[in-house]
Design a protein around this ligand. Sequence first.
Ligand SMILES: CC(C)(COP(=O)(O)OP(=O)(O)OC[C@H]1O[C@@H](n2cnc3c(N)ncnc32)[C@H](O)[C@@H]1OP(=O)(O)O)[C@@H](O)C(=O)NCCC(=O)NCCS
Length: 218
Amino acid sequence: MSDYPQWTISRASAHECPEVLALLLGRAEWLKRRGSDQWSNFADSQERLASIISAGRTWLLREDSSGTAVGTITFVDADSDFWTPSEQAVPALYLAKLATDPTGSGRGLGRLLLHFALYRAWSDSSIREVRFDAWKTATGLHEYYRREGWTHLRTVDVPGRRSGALFSRPVDHSLAGMPNLDSVGFGQPTAFVGNPPRPDIVVEKSPREIAAEIERDG
Ligand SMILES: CC(C)(COP(=O)(O)OP(=O)(O)OC[C@H]1O[C@@H](n2cnc3c(N)ncnc32)[C@H](O)[C@@H]1OP(=O)(O)O)[C@@H](O)C(=O)NCCC(=O)NCCS
């Protein structure tokens, strides 16, 4: 048995909605304490979140040993307030509602969730980019994304929207471009990756297993 913590990412089910909400509200509180205006208009009621979860769009990261939910990510459609029609014509994966438990800050769990998004995109040969919009005034967050290898494309000002700092990253579909889900520095997370076209089927394979199969079977 490993001495290191291990994590599992799985699609959130309806009964896990309170845990997703607690993670998002926990970070909204954290932001408020730091004097940030981000998520001050946090509008995701439990019902709205429940409908996003029941559409199978939200994922939860758990620490295996304790079963505690420590992070969440949601995949969404392109927001036409931000992305131009020509950008939308390029197949891309859009993420939103990325949050980790602030008590676990500094462990690289955000990186793990971001790499999970890259991994999902990598697993679908049609996807060319992973994209998201971030809160415009959250310069510390922009710095974090840049450090993590994301490119700030531009910041869009849309009346009534406080998000609009647009970030993206291209998806390299070669084996060398496979995101490393073990890259959090310690620990051995396992991603359980849902197959997008058939959300009822869950492919329980880690990137390593897939890589080994490709190498073996050609
Ligand atoms: C972004 C996030 C998922 C990364 O998770 P993590 O790996 O656990 O990272 P940490 O909490 O250790 O944060 C990494 C750094 O980003 C900074 N940061 C994170 N979110 C920030 C925000 N919204 N505004 C300003 N700075 C932020 C942290 O202060 C930290 O900076 P430091 O390295 O100088 O100390 C997590 O920080 C988070 O939930 N942030 C708040 C919610 C959020 O902004 N989500 C992104 C929506 S686009």
